[in-house]
Every structure is written in C-alpha cells, then in structure tokens.
Design a protein around this ligand. Structure first.
Ligand code: SF4
Ligand code: SF4
Length: 99
C-alpha cells in the first residue's frame, strides 16, 4: 500500500509516501536522512506483517515542510526528487514526496 505521512495547510501539501510493498525494511534511508525524519519498525498499517518497514517518525509528521527544508532548499523543490538523500538511498524506489 501507499502509506502517506504529512499534512496539508495554506502553504501547500507536504506528504512523504512510503510504498510498503516495495520497502523491504533495509533501513538504508534512516542514516541517509539528515533531518531525522525516517525510522524503520513495525508496520502500523499491517500488524500481520513480519518484516519491518520504513515510516515517517510520529513527531515529524506535522512539520515535514521544516524537517525536510534543508534538502528542499538545496534546489530539489520542484526539481529532481531522485537527488534527495532519502530517495537516492532507496534502491527499491519506495519513497516519494508530494512537493
Ligand atoms: S527530504 Fe531530506 S530530510 Fe526529508 S526525508 Fe528525505 S532525506 Fe530526510
Ligand atoms: S531504503 Fe527504501 S527499502 Fe530500505 S527501509 Fe528505506 S524505504 Fe524501505
């Protein structure tokens, strides 16, 4: 499934999407993320799943615009998403950004 984490406000939509079927829980995205946005653990959407899955940390979900600001200010907003550290780290193409 596509697990969406984030929010929508007057400034726009700020969502990170994890494709939980593509994600194998390898964890490579966690240390690659300078904002401390990601974690790997139990699948909160599928308690029957055995393998871990990536997710956006609970405390970061309402502040993604700021947590990801360093990467986005690097020129990636509206640019090439594959240059984002999290996206580049994931060889399975499981991470997407809405902005
Ligand atoms: S855009 Fe940057 S800060 Fe945001 S999740 Fe990806 S690597 Fe982390
Ligand atoms: S790098 Fe990709 S496959 Fe590995 S845990 Fe992160 S999202 Fe999942």
């Amino acid at each position: 499934m596509q697990a969406n984490y984030g929010y929508r406000d007057g400034a726009g939509e700020f969502f990170i999407t994890i494709d939980t079927e593509a994600c194998d829980g390898c964890g490579l995205c966690v240390p690659a993320c300078p904002g401390g946005v990601l974690e790997v653990g139990e699948d909160e959407h599928d308690p029957l799943r055995d393998e871990p899955v990536a997710a956006v940390r609970e405390e970061q979900r309402r502040r993604l615009q700021y947590a990801c600001g360093g990467c986005k200010r690097g020129g990636e907003r509206g640019g090439e998403a594959s240059a984002l550290p999290c996206v580049a780290a994931c060889g399975r193409g499981a991470i997407g950004h809405s902005w």
